[in-house]
Design a protein. Structure first.
Length: 230
């Protein structure tokens, strides 16, 4: 009886080994087909988040091969090319098997602009100057001596805008930066908010809205523990 069991066990082990070899061969064949042939070629490109950016421009920068497997595509290189578009803050390219490429775009959003002879220069929250075109309605103008990405006062003004309460941000027409400690806001109704430096932004944001309910034309929150109205 033990001899029969032994023979059965040896036969079962041989069959297991045979099927293992067959399975490995099938996997290798499938991988080879997927990697080296157009079986898994790209048939669909899905672009998400491209509002003001031309999808044709994005597709051109993807440089998708006419043939070949989706598995051999360098998605990081694709994302880097798309991210080279000035209006793109970030880009991500993913494979969605069996045949789709998904491109996710985050566009830059202007928080300030400054005027120059060639037009309005848009600045985003990172201080990147990324376009020269008419500023969207509601974006405040930056008024300072040498506006631009590398300018200290420009970065200070952007830091101020970043902490403004939404209720105040929508009222701001322009931001004046005379120095890093002398930044002020001109509201659309003509009133002025003296903000001072970009420090203590949260405290200033907490006191400025109640202060604006008072009569006056100049509201000083540069020292949030001692605010004044004129």
């Amino acid at each position: 009886m033990r001899s029969g069991t032994r023979r059965f066990g040896v036969g079962g082990l041989r069959r297991f080994r045979l099927w293992s070899v067959v399975a490995v061969a099938l996997v290798i064949t499938f991988v080879a087909l997927a990697w080296f042939t157009p079986v898994l070629s790209v048939r669909t490109v899905r672009i998400e988040g491209a509002g003001t950016i031309s999808e044709d421009q994005i597709r051109e920068l993807l440089q998708l091969p006419d043939q070949g497997s989706i598995l051999r595509i360098d998605t990081a290189a694709m994302a880097a090319r798309v991210a080279s578009i000035p209006k793109v803050r970030s880009a991500r390219v993913q494979r969605v098997l069996p045949s789709t490429m998904r491109v996710r775009i985050e566009e830059r959003t202007p928080v300030l602009y400054y005027d120059s002879p060639d037009g309005a220069h848009l600045l985003d929250a990172d201080g990147v100057e990324y376009a020269v075109e008419p500023a969207p309605i509601g974006v405040p103008e930056l008024l300072t001596a040498r506006p631009g990405t590398a300018d200290t006062l420009t970065r200070a003004a952007i830091a101020v805008v970043a902490v403004l309460p939404p209720e105040l941000a929508v009222q701001v027409e322009s931001v004046h930066a005379e120095s890093v400690s002398d930044i002020s806001l001109t509201l659309r109704d003509g009133r002025t908010v003296l903000w001072g430096s970009s420090e203590d932004g949260e405290r200033k944001s907490a006191v400025v809205l109640p202060l604006l309910t008072r009569p006056g034309s100049v509201f000083d929150v540069s020292s949030p523990s001692l605010v004044t109205v004129k």
